[in-house]
Every structure is written in structure tokens, then in C-alpha cells.
Ligand binder design. Structure first.
Ligand code: PMP
Length: 296
């Protein structure tokens, strides 16, 4: 599903067939989860394709690496350029891109100088599909910010997401919503959350969330559209009393949540702010808004 015999990947400075790319079994990322990664999307546009907010994603990759004491020898510009090349070499336009920085062999609990870069891409539909999502409040709490760098996109953090998603799916839901260590709403397993109440939006403030690039895009869109958004701690009760809610993330894009536990939101997706925002988002992803945008 992720590759076939023809798929090309970037691995440690070389272009290889995915089927020929290999790595050692003693690497620290595999044993201890110490590695950093990104999730990026490219979109087919009338002038080719656009890797949406590629610079922002690679800036976050650099910040994640720095927080985890991981050496990353490629500049943001180099990473962006490799990514455009990757999409072209695979003859893709719409694609999901996965850069991963993983570490060399080391069984000690210290940073390792040897780092590796792997970037691959595959065609991936909207991660949670197009239908409104039934979400379950997870019994697993989001990682405590005093234990881990919550703002870093670290491989090992996703065991928390996997536990939450598995629990939600086994209970018949599509996705989990995790609370933070104080019991406030934090985010989904792989997306930020917004709720709508009386024509305004609310989203958890930074501190206990991964600050999403899609979340930032939604905040910008709201500014453009004159929709009021407040970033603040949100209680579980406030979520339950919302008119509507949605997830925002690169993989899920903007995805309406129809239900949390047994509470069904009163506003249908078509009547909620998420509807118009998603239309705008679909336009926005065709262009980068940085000045040094690379549009092919
Ligand atoms: N929170 C978590 C835990 C995530 O994994 C993601 C996906 N990277 C997000 C939020 C959304 O981030 P972005 O919009 O940058 O994809």
C-alpha cells in the first residue's frame, strides 16, 4: 500500500527504490522511540503541484530534532527541495509525505551522533475519511509536558496516540479525543481540535498539544473570514455543550466531529463553520503563503 516496485525514496543522500532501502536493526529509534518526523501533503494544482507549507513543516522538524538533541544536517531549503524532487520522481501530485530522522545503532540512553534521513511519499486519502467522525474521550491522557517535549513530533510519542485510537476503535468510535493532565481537552491522536459555540470557535491553547500547522492555517483563515477564535483551556463539559466540533491536521485536513461519546452535536456539518473553512482550506493548500514560495 505504501510502495510498489517502482516507488522512489530519499535515503541518506541517495535516491533509491523503496524496495531496496534498508536499515540496521540496532538503531536507537527502533528500540527506544527516539526519532523525529513530519507529515506533509502535496496537492495537485492547475500549475503542477504544491507542497503545502513545506517550510513550516521542515522548520518544525528542525525544532523537534533540536529538542531531542538529534543532529539534522540538512537545511530547511534542502529538505523542501528534496521533497519537490521526490514528488516529481514518483510522478505524484496529490501525496502524503513522510520525512523521518532516525538514529544509528546505540543501546545506551544518550543521544547518538549518527543520524539518518528517510523521506517517502504515498497517495493517501483524507485520513479519517469524508464522513463525520464519532469520537470517544480517551481514558489515556495526553503526554505530560513535564515528561516529554509535547511540541516536538517524536516517534515515541505516538504510542500514546496508538493506545488512544485503539481504545476508541474497539469501543466502536472512529477516533479518540485526549484530555491533558489537568483534565482539559487537548487534541485527537493525530490532529488538533476546535469547537464551535454560538458562531465562535474555541481551541485549546498551546502547552499540552502539538501546535499543528493546520491549526495555524485555521486561525489565519478565521482572521480572513472575521470568525472569532479563542485559544484557551477547554473543559470536557464545554466540549459536550458545543454546537459542533472538528479536527484539524495535515492527514485529516478539516474533519467534522458529529459525536463525542454519546453526545451528538446539534449542528449538522453543512451548517457549521467547519464547512466553509474546509472549502477555503481546499483553496489555500494549492498555494504556499510564504514569500519564498515554491510553486511549480
Ligand atoms: N496533534 C498531533 C498529535 C498530531 O500528530 C498532528 C499531526 N501532525 C497534529 C496535532 C496536527 O498537526 P499538523 O496540522 O501540523 O499536521
Amino acid at each position: 500500500m505504501y510502495f510498489n516496485d517502482q516507488t522512489i525514496v530519499f535515503h541518506d543522500g541517495e535516491w533509491k527504490k523503496a524496495k531496496d532501502a534498508t536499515t540496521g536493526l540496532y538503531n536507537q529509534t527502533m528500540h527506544y522511540g527516539n526519532g523525529v518526523f513530519e507529515g506533509i501533503r502535496a496537492y495537485k494544482s492547475t500549475v503542477g503541484f504544491n507542497v503545502f507549507k513545506a517550510h513550516e513543516h521542515y522548520e518544525r522538524l528542525h525544532r523537534s530534532a533540536q529538542m531531542m538533541h538529534i543532529k539534522l544536517d540538512y537545511s530547511v531549503e534542502e529538505l523542501v527541495s528534496i521533497t519537490y524532487d521526490l514528488i516529481e520522481r514518483n510522478d505524484f501530485a496529490d501525496a502524503y509525505i513522510r520525512p523521518l530522522v532516525y538514529l544509528g545503532a546505540n543501546m545506551s540512553l544518550q543521544p547518538v551522533d549518527e543520524t539518518h534521513l528517510f523521506i517517502c511519499a504515498w497517495k493517501w486519502a483524507k485520513y479519517l475519511g469524508d464522513d463525520p467522525i464519532k469520537a470517544k474521550i480517551s481514558s489515556y491522557r495526553r503526554i505530560h509536558p513535564a515528561s516529554q517535549h509535547v511540541e516536538a513530533k517524536v516517534v515515541g510519542h505516538y504510542t500514546n496516540s496508538i493506545l488512544a485510537t485503539t481504545e476508541a476503535k474497539r469501543a466502536g468510535f472512529n477516533e479518540a479525543i485526549l484530555l491533558d493532565h489537568n483534565g482539559f481537552v487537548s487534541e485527537g491522536s493525530g490532529a488538533n481540535i476546535f469547537l464551535e459555540k454560538d458562531g465562535e470557535l474555541f481551541t485549546p491553547n498551546r502547552g499540552n498539544i502539538l501546535p499543528g500547522i493546520t491549526r495555524a492555517t485555521v486561525l489565519d483563515l478565521c482572521k480572513e473570514l472575521g470568525i472569532r477564535v479563542t485559544e484557551k483551556p477547554i473543559t470536557q463539559q464545554q466540549l459536550m455543550e458545543a454546537d459542533a466540533a472538528f479536527f484539524a491536521g495535515t492527514a485529516v485536513e478539516i474533519a467534522s466531529i458529529s459525536q463525542v461519546d454519546d453526545k451528538i452535536f446539534p449542528l449538522a456539518y453543512e451548517d457549521s463553520l467547519a464547512h466553509g473553512l474546509y472549502e477555503m482550506y481546499r483553496q489555500k493548500v494549492l498555494f504556499n503563503d510564504l514569500q519564498n514560495q515554491t510553486i511549480i
